[in-house]
Write a protein that binds this ligand. Structure first.
Ligand SMILES: O=C(O)CCC(=O)C(=O)O
Ligand SMILES: [Fe+2]
Length: 212
């Protein structure tokens, strides 16, 4: 896979580790895959029940992964779709890029989020579901419009901050990030489509079928 000379790696936090890498796929691959994912995936807008009312989520999403990677998210049970070849290629590029930086990683699932414009968003949360295990390593790949992922400390030990995520970048959220911080993609007056892919390792349910 070709690498642009613009590829780089920046430490946003030392502890817990938060690192941004740019130039993951290079061009024209990154723009091509953005268009392909937009066109080819079965984007869904599930409804969440909050305080007795139904609300469609303010974005579209697809949950994808290996069949054993069943996952509960915001109270819904997701059966993942099979790996799309373009998504599997991004996953492999992420693993390769992290390995080159000395970070071993493996992923059996990904949540893809599609934000049509700056109005579409994701609220404050941590990716700390029990299926992800203690202190997971999660990687967010960004394609399309550059938007900030906002972080805040749960114990308010330091100021909230933005991690700007340019097209074709990835953000490594290492062990402790989900335990100590929350993140959100807040609405901003920023034009254009953005697709993010958050790669995770979901612990397969116990073999005797006693899934929670
Ligand atoms: O769109 C993003 O960059 C964030 C997505 C996210 O936080 C998630 O999928 O859990
Ligand atoms: Fe998240």
């Amino acid at each position: 896979m070709s690498r642009l000379s613009s590829s780089s790696c920046e430490t946003l936090l030392e502890a817990p580790p938060l690192t941004r890498f740019s130039g993951l796929l290079g061009e024209p691959a990154a723009t091509g895959v953005l268009t392909r994912l937009d066109r080819e995936l079965a984007w869904q807008r599930p409804t969440l029940r909050l305080y007795g009312r139904e609300h469609p989520i303010p974005r579209h999403q697809v949950w994808m992964g290996s069949p054993e990677a069943r996952y509960r998210y915001s109270g819904c049970d997701f059966c993942p779709e099979a790996w799309h070849p373009a998504v599997a290629a991004i996953r492999d590029a992420v693993v390769e890029r992290l390995a080159a930086a000395g970070q071993a990683a493996h992923f059996n699932s990904v949540l893809l989020n599609r934000y049509a414009d700056g109005e579409e968003r994701m609220g404050w949360h941590s990716d700390d579901e029990p299926e992800l295990g203690a202190d997971p390593l999660i990687v967010a790949v960004s394609l399309g419009a550059e938007r900030p992922l906002r972080f805040r400390w749960k114990q308010r030990e330091a100021a909230a901050f933005n991690a700007w995520l340019p097209h074709d970048s990835l953000l490594l959220m290492g062990p402790g990030v989900q335990r100590r911080l929350q993140h959100a993609l807040l609405p901003r007056r920023i034009e254009g489509l953005r697709i993010s892919l958050t790669f995770r390792w979901v612990q397969p349910p116990p073999a005797d079928g006693r899934a929670s």
